[in-house]
Design a protein around this ligand. Structure first.
Ligand SMILES: Nc1ncnc2c1ncn2[C@@H]1O[C@H](COP(=O)(O)OP(=O)(O)O)[C@@H](O)[C@H]1O
Ligand SMILES: CC(=O)OP(=O)(O)O
Ligand SMILES: [Mg+2]
Length: 334
């Protein structure tokens, strides 16, 4: 049995845990995550056999890799495709290696779970020559969360993962909706980058490419990139920040911008959920996971109004990306 330190830099928090025998025996969450985890607190739990570090973007990698200098350099090249997340993972890789130089460090990727996407779902309708020349595709993200939700759902239903048709909505600071069938991702709302799909805490979700062309003519590209990554979504609409707790509090106090932000968020989320259903042969489960799913039951009630036609009641599963990372790391090292 391997004891694994898992490190998960999300866009609004850094989550750290020590997993032993499939269960977390120590957990820390650093909300303002410019801080790094306290190595002393981790060491107090006892020595670990391996470290699993979440990277949002792994390119075409179908599974985890031992993070050596070569792998790190190729992950650095993906920074422009995940500018909120990838630099943080790289920064953490350096810190973790300094603190625990003798412990194997394994990179686990959000994108791996989606490498199974059928071509119809992964291909952009742009000139085929661009696709070949620039190597673009829909990658999809939150795959560690999807893999964990699939495993948990299969267990609840008493079936093998291959026999589950489900929709996984990851509702955290980032948001995505994934259709899963035959044990694989068959469609997902995030694409080439984690900006796509449903509006999020600070990201807009899908936009008309024509709007981007228009905005690119109105402002410098770096200002556009900054606005889309850090100042859009719930934060941009509400003016009350991107944390749904703050947006819902502002709405409760009568803020019309916050009210609109929530309505846009729910509208677009319902659309993605309904679209995901069309990629599935049937629907066994609608699974909601991530911080919002776990802590905002009132909002989930609002979300499901209009989704009754799906014929299943939504269920909430904790986003234990750490358990999935520990599993993957054990497999890699064995
Ligand atoms: N204890 C809590 N109470 C209410 N809402 C919470 C709580 N924890 C997280 N959330 C909600 O979850 C969101 C963050 O989700 P999380 O999955 O932790 O994000 P990430 O992993 O992207 O950093 C926040 O916007 C917040 O609204
Ligand atoms: C991919 C992504 O958006 O991740 P997170 O929700 O952790 O920010
Ligand atoms: Mg997260």
């Amino acid at each position: 049995m391997t004891r694994v330190l898992t490190v998960n830099p999300g866009s609004s928090s850094l989550k750290v845990s020590v997993v032993d025998g499939g269960a977390a025996i120590g957990e820390w969450s650093v909300p303002d995550w410019d801080g790094l985890p306290d190595p002393g607190a981790v060491e107090a739990v006892g020595p670990v056999d391996a470290i699993a570090l979440r990277f949002v973007h792994g390119g075409d990698r179908t599974g985890p890799v031992l993070l050596d200098a070569k792998a790190e350099a190729s992950l650095r090249a993906l920074v422009p495709l995940a500018p909120i997340h990838q630099p943080r993972s790289l920064l953490l890789a350096r810190a973790l290696r300094t603190w625990w130089p003798d412990v194997p460090l394994v990179a686990c990727f959000d994108t791996s779970f989606h490498t199974s996407l059928p071509a119809a779902a992964s291909t952009y309708a742009i000139p085929a020559e661009w696709t070949r020349k620039y190597g673009v595709r829909r990658y999809g993200f939150h795959g560690l969360s999807c893999a964990n939700a699939l495993r948990a759902t299969a267990e609840t239903l008493g079936r093998s993962a291959r026999d589950v048709a489900m929709i996984c909505c990851h509702l955290g600071s980032g948001v995505s909706v994934t259709a899963i069938s035959g044990g694989h991702s068959v469609d997902t709302s995030m694409g080439f980058t984690p900006l796509d799909g449903v509006p999020m805490a600070t990201r807009p979700g899908a936009l008309d490419p024509g709007l981007l062309l228009h905005l690119a003519g109105e402002m410098p590209l770096d200002a556009l990139a900054d606005g889309l990554n850090h100042h859009s979504g719930l934060a941009g609409l509400s003016g009350a920040g991107g944390d749904l707790r703050e947006v819902l509090a502002a709405r409760a106090q009568g803020c019309v911008d916050a009210d609109l932000a929530v309505r846009v968020y729910l509208h677009r989320l319902r659309r993605e959920i309904a679209a995901a259903r069309t990629s599935l042969p049937r629907l066994d489960a609608l699974v909601l996971t991530g911080g919002v799913a776990e802590h905002q039951p009132g909002l989930l009630d609002e979300l499901t109004v209009g989704l009754e036609f799906l014929g299943v009641a939504p269920t909430v599963t904790p986003a234990r990306e750490d358990l999935e990372m520990a599993r993957q790391t054990e497999e890699t090292l064995n």
